[in-house]
Design a protein around this ligand. Structure first.
Ligand code: ADP
Ligand code: MG
Length: 565
């Protein structure tokens, strides 16, 4: 063929292939789901491009995915009449991994099967999973708007060949040459079962050929009379359109894996059809673990956007605030124009309304999840630090967000962040008006802080904040349930309301007796300090440094210093 060349995979692809083949062996049937998922995406993309160019359909407007097999040859073929790929797209999509942060991510992989299977799942293995069951893969494709077809072929060992071919039909055909130990997949029943298990919810029909032979009068099959009819094997209606009562847990979970490119189950989901001034359907999920690029604020995020059931775009980030960037799912709006672009989305007032509605739904879903302590802890460990950005970003919802926060506390004296503000309030002492917290660099520094002495003595609980973001969080969260949140390292503590008469007297006497000492210390420290005071907040340590109430906290200072301020 013309224009044939051999090219090397990007290093990361080689690494990924190696690890995947080893760690996903016991899950290897997922290859079919991944290929069907790509084929369905390709159909969605064509449908979208054809919105303002109907001619793209040519004489073939019935979008579909077809699966065929050949037991003798040991092959499985997945074919679609979607958008197809150009030569450059093939090289880009099937030769590299474009996501940023990939190299670092792959370095975390250890070669331990169980662990890596989980990590690789975070990554969305996609097309390359075909190599778990194949020793050779051939891809033939033609992009809808191009004349030239392309063939890609590889043994998954470090390089691939690419060549121009004739391909009259648009779309993509992927032929898997099954490995010796994976020949079992070249079987109609097995394939059908896999489609129903993993791809039932895919909106385009997934078809398989059914070979029938005509029968003579006595009911015997007539040789040479085979006719092939195509049978749709999946449900083929968009899952979110179906009534909730008819959708099983397994279907919801399978759909999550499709939209989130994740492997493991979600923790919870929320499916809503809303009618009225704002009409939309949403299906939102909370994943069970963090993707590897969660902390990159510009990482991939957002919902799959549909307008009147037509796919518009992936990763539409305009529908949720940044602090909910871990939420995955679909929003299907009745009110958005089919021609909406990313730029237009930013200006559309409907989008703001949808965003505030979906934010509410997400927070409600988390509230519901919080009823299951174990599941919520899994969520919190993965995404707590992201949710902590909430009060600063979303003032209007800060009370709802505050309900969802979890902290370490002197109540448990454990580094695990599992105490809610509501729990704290319930445990408040008689007469206690405020919620006390302390910010430190790490849990140990927090729990051994001299600032805690008086609180421990009086049996008053203090929240122990030890994440980088905590001070930022607390600067935007000044009260909860009508009670002020107070940093124990700042200003006066007003613990007096809780001191009894005798204690107060003793404190006054100490203050009087120590006046000369204070003068001497003040003289010695001079301008280094603002003020020297007798304190009742220490029981064992002789002295401690306290910030005045409006000073910037230690963490913020350090952040500013690091930024060169
Ligand atoms: P993902 O689906 O998460 O993007 P994949 O590895 O599954 O990752 O696929 C990589 C890319 O290859 C896709 O994003 C798409 O651009 C392209 N691709 C894969 N399969 C097809 C197909 N059947 N038709 C068109 N493009 C495809
Ligand atoms: Mg994919």
């Amino acid at each position: 063929a013309a224009q044939a060349e051999t090219m090397g995979f990007q290093t990361e692809v080689k690494q990924l292939l190696q690890l995947m083949i080893h760690s996903l062996y016991s899950n290897r049937e997922i290859f079919l789901r991944e290929l069907i998922s790509n084929a369905a995406d390709a159909c969605d993309k064509l449908r979208y491009e054809a919105l303002d160019n109907d001619a793209l359909y040519g004489n073939d407007s019935e979008l579909r995915v077809e699966i065929e097999h050949d037991a003798e040859a040991g092959t499985v073929t997945v074919r679609d009449n979607g958008i197809g790929m150009s030569r450059d797209e093939v090289i880009q999509n099937l030769g590299t991994i474009a996501r940023s942060g990939t190299a670092e991510f792959l370095q975390q992989l250890s070669g331990e099967k169980q662990k890596d299977a989980k990590l690789i799942g975070q990554f969305g293995v996609g097309f390359y999973s075909g190599f778990i069951v194949s020793d050779e893969i051939t891809v033939r494709t033609r992009r809808v708007d191009q004349e030239q077809g392309v063939e890609w072929h590889s043994r998954g060992e470090g390089e691939f060949d690419i060549a121009d071919i004739d391909k009259p039909e648009r779309g993509t055909e992927i032929v898997l040459h099954l490995k010796e130990d994976a020949k079992e997949f070249a079987d109609a029943e097995r394939l059908k079962h896999l489609v129903r298990t993993y791809s039932d919810h895919i909106e385009v029909p997934v078809r398989m050929p059914k070979v029938e032979k005509a029968q003579d009068e006595e009911g015997n099959e007539i040789e040479g009379s085979e006719t092939v009819t195509w049978e749709t094997v999946n449900e083929a209606t968009a899952l979110w359109v179906r009534p909730k009562e008819e959708i099983s847990e397994d279907e919801y979970k399978a759909f999550y894996k499709h939209v989130a490119h994740d492997f493991s189950d979600p923790l919870i989901w929320s499916h809503n059809k809303v009618e009225g001034t704002l009409e939309y359907t949403s299906l939102l999920y909370v994943p069970g673990r963090a993707p590897f690029d969660l902390n990159q604020r510009e990482g991939v995020r957002g919902l799959k956007l549909y307008a009147q059931r037509v796919f518009i775009m992936d990763d539409a980030e305009q529908f949720l605030p940044l602090y909910l960037r871990f939420i995955k799912g679909v929003v299907d709006s009745k009110d958005l124009s089919l021609n909406i672009s990313r730029e237009l989305l930013q200006k559309d007032p409907q989008v703001d309304k949808l965003k505030s509605a979906l934010t509410k739904r997400s927070l409600d879903m988390l509230k519901k999840l919080a009823k299951d302590e174990d599941a919520y802890q899994t969520f919190w460990n993965a995404f707590g630090n992201v949710l902590k950005e909430g009060p600063a970003e979303d003032f209007a919802n800060r009370d709802k967000i505050a309900e969802l926060l979890r902290f370490s506390s002197t109540h448990t004296d454990s580094a695990t962040q599992d105490q809610s503000l509501a729990g704290y309030v319930e445990r408040m002492k008689e007469g206690q008006q405020k919620i006390y917290y302390l910010v430190a660099d790490g849990f140990n520094a927090a729990s051994h802080s001299p600032h805690l002495e008086i609180f421990r003595k009086k049996g008053i609980e203090v929240l122990l904040l030890h994440d980088r973001i905590d001070e930022w969080l607390m600067s935007h969260l000044t009260e909860y349930d009508g009670k002020a949140l107070v940093d124990v390292a700042k200003g006066d503590l007003d613990l007096d309301e809780m001191a009894d008469e005798e204690e107060k007297k003793a404190q006054e006497e100490t203050a009087k007796a120590k006046a000369p000492l204070l003068e001497r210390v003040k003289a010695a420290l001079g301008d280094e300090v603002q003020e020297v005071r007798v304190t009742h907040r220490l029981t064992d340590s002789p002295a401690c440094v306290v910030l005045s109430e409006h000073d910037m906290g230690y963490q913020m200072r350090r952040l500013m210093e690091a930024a060169g301020q």
